[in-house]
Design a protein around this ligand. Structure first.
Ligand code: MLC
Ligand code: AMP
Length: 505
């Protein structure tokens, strides 16, 4: 029975004693050991009552076990829904309810907080810790090391990743087997990944970048990863001599450049550094080349589409551009008003079509219709242009979005919470330049007449409701918000007024 994603990424390595996951403490897991764990977990999913097509929500720390749960879901035909470990119980509650997840697997330390969330959504709750502990792990212990892979077709859904919008709540992007598989095979080929490669993996595995790019590309090539729980500069520098490639968000590269231990010699044996998820400043690209003699390869993608473009492996990797559309991906620039295609060289909205483009938003047909055209082109919400050599540049965003250290933050969600706070008449949330995170969050609060907002109380409320990375790093009080003649808040005016708020950081 066929299951294209499982067969190609995991099944292809059955029985191999080659290393797959190398941990910082020197321990390692072979492909075969990893697959045996995944099969035990697949049995445990079935034992928990999951059937093909059911959703499995997970909020767990990065570990080999966490990755095996992803493999298990694919093998059992269950839709994998990974969640940022920073999300509050409030946030998790929305995803579990909206997706109709049958099972929520969380860290043992969060079981108490998430118990009520699971019961309210009629989902079962099991736990899996970073050390391989927890009720899910216990239920899998002793189960068989082999599992009859559930048959799936290319159009069957493999994962949901939630992505916020400029209005309303988060939307579950439905990704099919073929979406994920086609993209990682293309990338492995474009970036020349082989079984000899060892990737330095310090990204989280609940987003496209760490899971569907870094991990799937490594699996497609049959290579190995140094699998680190998070980005820690000392550990990265210590592990770099063991690897051939690294993928990261721009913050990884600015942090490396900020450390004198990162020298040309330290990077000399590396064959490839890849950056994405947020704009890599041309300045960072140049500094990196100056320091190491190597050019970072920048690519562009998003949750709904996986990767769309990449700078070339061979050939000129141009600073400030995201390269060419990947093989099989069509990219066009359109007029945001009329939707008609613009001539080469003009700035407009970026649209993409290809096997990588998702199947729509879960149970939100009107939102799907607004962004995914009937002819298959997806309106990315990014503004860009294509130069005369075919290089794509992203020049701005049509969507109101802040990207902080590679995490997307939607101002609307924060504004809705701030507007509800006592003493706040209205608010505007903007992204301002930040040396480490690229952008960071600043909130402008307009007080109700005669009342001053209590900033400490608001901060306390924000921290119970929103993940830490979304918290405004500064809240300022202003008499009013700048508006245009249509009454729309002019965020560009605010961004300009506060552009130096974190200049020294
Ligand atoms: C952590 N914090 C952040 C943050 N990360 N705040 C804002 N933005 C972030 N990205 C918080 C911490 O909770 C902490 O809070 C404080 O900021 C300082 O943390 P730190 O120790 O400096 O952060 P660190 O743990 O080192 O994490 C920074 C980071 C991490 C950049 C390494 O955020 C990261 O791994 N980002 C990658 C995100 C990613 O994978 N994006 C891909 C999305 S997929 P306190 O309480 O101490 O103040 C996608 C598609 C595509 O976009 O194209 O790839
Ligand atoms: P997400 O919704 O988390 O998948 O984030 C996707 C968004 O990240 C894209 O729509 C872009 O705005 C941004 N992005 C990803 N890669 C790049 C890049 N290389 N340069 C600029 N922006 C990027």
């Amino acid at each position: 029975m066929a299951n294209p994603l499982y067969d190609r990424l995991f099944g292809a390595h059955a029985g191999k004693s080659t290393p797959f996951l190398l941990l910082a403490d020197g321990q390692s897991l072979s492909h075969a050991e990893f697959l045996a764990m995944a099969s035990r977990f697949a049995h445990a999913l079935i034992a928990a009552g999951l059937e093909p097509g059911d959703r499995l929500a997970v909020q767990i720390e990065k570990s080999p076990e966490a990755l095996a749960l992803y493999a298990a879901a694919v093998q059992a035909g269950v839709i994998f829904l990974p969640l940022n470990t920073g999300y509050t119980a409030d946030e998790v509650s929305y995803f579990v309810e909206n997706s109709g997840a049958k099972l929520l697997v969380c860290d043992p330390a969060r079981a108490e907080a998430l118990g009520p969330v699971a019961s309210a959504a009629d989902a079962a709750l099991l736990t899996l810790g970073a050390d391989g502990d927890g009720s899910f792990a216990e239920s899998a212990a002793g189960l068989p090391n082999a599992f009859d892979t559930v048959a799936r077709g290319e159009d069957d859904l493999a994962a949901f990743l939630y992505t916020s919008g400029t209005t309303g709540r988060s939307k579950g992007a439905m990704l099919s087997q073929a979406n994920l598989l086609s993209n990682c095979l293309t990338l492995a080929d474009e970036w020349r990944f082989t079984a000899e490669d060892i990737l330095l993996h310090a990204l989280p595995i609940f987003h496209t970048h760490g899971l569907f790019v870094a991990t799937n590309v490594t699996l497609a090539a049959g290579g190995a990863m140094i699998f680190l729980p998070k980005f820690d500069l000392d550990v990265i520098l210590e592990q770099m001599p063991r690897v051939t490639t690294m993928m990261g968000v721009p913050t990884f590269y600015t942090r490396l450049l900020g450390d004198p231990r990162f020298t040309a010699e330290a990077a000399a044996h590396m064959r490839l550094f890849i950056s994405g998820s947020a704009p890599l400043l041309a300045e960072t690209h140049r500094q990196f080349e100056g320091r190491t003699g190597q050019r970072i390869l920048e690519r562009y993608g998003m949750t709904e589409t996986n990767m769309n473009t990449s700078n070339p492996y061979d050939g000129d990797r141009r600073a400030g551009t995201v390269g060419f559309p990947l093989p099989g991906v069509e990219l066009r620039i359109t007029d945001p008003g009329s939707g008609s295609e613009l001539p080469q060289g003009e700035i407009g909205q970026i649209e993409v079509r290809g096997p990588n483009v998702f199947k729509g938003y879960w149970e939100m047909p009107e939102k799907t219709a607004a962004e995914l055209r009937e002819n298959g082109f997806f309106i990315t919400g990014d503004l860009g242009m294509v130069d005369s050599d075919g290089y794509v540049s992203i020049v701005g965003r049509g969507k109101d979005l802040i990207i902080s250290g590679g995490y997307n933050i939607y101002p609307k969600e924060i504004e809705a919470l701030l507007d509800d706070q006592p003493g706040v008449l209205e608010s505007a949330v903007i992204g301002v330049p930040h040396a480490d995170f690229g952008e960071t969050v600043l909130a402008v609060l307009v007080p109700e007449p005669g009342a001053g907002p209590d900033i400490a109380a608001i901060e306390a409320e924000v921290s119970t409701k929103l993940a830490r990375f979304k918290h405004p790093r500064r809240m300022v009080v202003a008499e009013s918000l700048p508006r245009n003649t249509m009454g729309k808040v002019q965020k560009n005016v605010l961004r300009d007024a506060y552009k130096d708020a974190f200049a020294e950081s």
